[in-house]
Ligand binder design. Structure first.
Ligand SMILES: Cc1cc2nc3c(=O)[nH]c(=O)nc-3n(C[C@H](O)[C@H](O)[C@H](O)COP(=O)(O)OP(=O)(O)OC[C@H]3O[C@@H](n4cnc5c(N)ncnc54)[C@H](O)[C@@H]3O)c2cc1C
Length: 415
């Protein structure tokens, strides 16, 4: 018997970021009564100053946004990625031209038989706005924000969630979408493998003279990857991975000097460039939960796995978590099973943990392999890149990986 003091829901989601918000919408569309809790207000989370990042939304993840009806609000702000160019480049030493290796990889979306771009670059603020606008029209979602989760008790038939403002919720299942430091994961005593990369992601948007033709560039520099991601309106988003010790000096530069440092890496292939917004910085770290489930609890998004942005796959993994979990919960409910029981949740863990752990370790290895200037390693990796570039089946496999289209796809992400 559940205490009447608790507001009973089918599912309580803690964390209303990109993962929690999308999960609430997808679950409500399937008829679940969902409470979505975030300690920040929706207005603050949608403010321009909240997040300067873009997301490379893989083509299979974009299908889910279409199926949920979000594309009408997103399409005009989504820049399709037609090609990805990966180059083992080194920045120019003062007074010298930058060295760019002749070994490179070119992924061309036209080689895939589905005719879709490899993905879409979307500003995080646009993703948040589309999700929150849709949530506002969704009767199945009770949005509790700002509201901080304080404590959760995991009972035999339900979990009980206490919020700092005195409100209380109960549900057979609680979903942790509360980010890479996930306090809820810690409260459930789920251990996590984690380390810092000693790197900072410097993020900025530049406007440029010439068109980018939908080409995303990844330059591997000794301090880390430097990504140039095509945006709408002749703009590109830069994700410049820099050593932790050096990043503060770059972030403190005057705009002109910062642009000069960008140009030394970026080159002049897009003509003149200028800053089109503030600079941002994100400390980079690896977090992988040792279990994605506990009785009455499922972890999704960064609460389950936070990975290096080198391949732009962190949120795409979260989207796949959500699509898989929704499918499993709908199936369980359909045959009268308990949605929060360990046996239901084990199906989710079996589906998602191996897939996301392999990508997490793969991106970790990629970052270690390329974020250095050790000549023998550079030679070996350049040979590897040349070999992949010369092999169409391997190229197609990597393109499917970039499109989040490998392995078993949940129906929300299927073609
Ligand atoms: C530089 C950079 C570039 C990236 N680029 C890409 C990319 O191109 N493609 C891609 O797929 N991914 C990318 N990512 C990864 C992506 O940004 C993240 O995976 C994604 O934002 C994670 O969202 P989330 O909702 O899981 O977590 P978060 O955004 O961390 O959300 C967690 C939420 O939980 C709330 N919360 C926490 N504790 C509580 C509490 N006690 N009570 C209530 N609420 C709480 C917080 O307020 C927050 O809103 C990038 C990451 C970085 C750093």
């Amino acid at each position: 018997m559940i205490d009447a003091h608790y507001d009973a829901q089918d599912i309580v989601i803690i964390g209303g970021g990109l993962s929690g918000g999308l999960a609430a919408l997808a679950l409500a569309r399937e008829g679940f009564a969902v409470a979505l809790v975030d300690e920040q207000s929706p207005a603050a989370m949608q403010a321009e100053a909240f997040d300067g990042r873009t997301t490379a939304l893989a083509y299979a993840a974009a299908r889910m946004f279409r199926r949920l009806g979000l594309w009408a609000a997103l399409g005009a702000d989504a820049e399709p990625i037609r090609d990805i160019l990966v180059t083992d480049g080194r920045r120019a030493a003062p007074g010298r031209k930058g060295f760019v290796s002749s070994f490179h990889l070119h992924f061309d979306s036209r080689e895939l038989e589905n005719g879709e771009p490899l993905g879409f670059i979307l500003e995080n603020r646009h993703l948040r706005r589309a999700i929150y606008d849709a949530l506002a029209d969704e009767k199945g979602v009770a949005l509790l924000a700002p509201a901080r989760r304080m404590r959760t008790d995991f009972g035999k038939a339900a979990a009980f969630v206490d919020l700092a403002d005195g409100r209380s919720l109960s549900a057979p299942l609680v979903i942790a979408a509360d980010g890479r430091h996930s306090p809820l994961r810690a409260e459930a005593a789920i251990k996590v493998n984690q380390w810092s990369y000693d790197q900072i992601g410097i993020v900025a948007t530049v406007a440029h003279e010439r068109g980018h033709q939908g080409v995303a560039q990844e330059l591997f520099l000794p301090t880390g990857p430097f990504a140039i991601l095509p945006m709408t309106e002749n703009r590109s988003n830069l994700v410049w991975t820099e050593a932790k010790a050096a990043a503060p000096a770059y972030l403190a530069l005057r705009d002109d000097d910062f642009l000069a440092a960008v140009r030394a890496r970026f080159g002049d292939y897009l003509g003149a460039i200028r800053l089109a917004g503030p600079r941002w910085s994100y400390p980079l770290a690896f977090h992988l939960a040792q279990s994605y489930i506990a009785p009455r609890l499922a972890l999704i998004g960064d609460a389950a796995h936070a990975i290096h942005p080198i391949a732009g796959q962190g949120y795409n993994l979260g989207v796949k978590d959500i699509a898989a979990l929704v499918e499993i919960l709908v199936d369980a409910r359909g045959v009268g099973l308990d949605t929060g029981s360990l046996s239901t949740l084990e199906t989710y863990q079996r589906w998602r943990r191996f897939d996301s752990a392999s990508l997490a370790f793969g991106t970790d290895a990629l970052n270690r392999l390329f974020s250095n200037d050790f000549a023998p390693l550079r030679f070996a990796r350049d040979l590897g890149m040349g070999a992949v570039n010369a092999a169409p089946p391997l190229r197609r496999m990597f393109m499917k990986q970039a499109g989040a289209d490998l392995g078993r796809l949940p129906s929300l992400m299927a073609p």
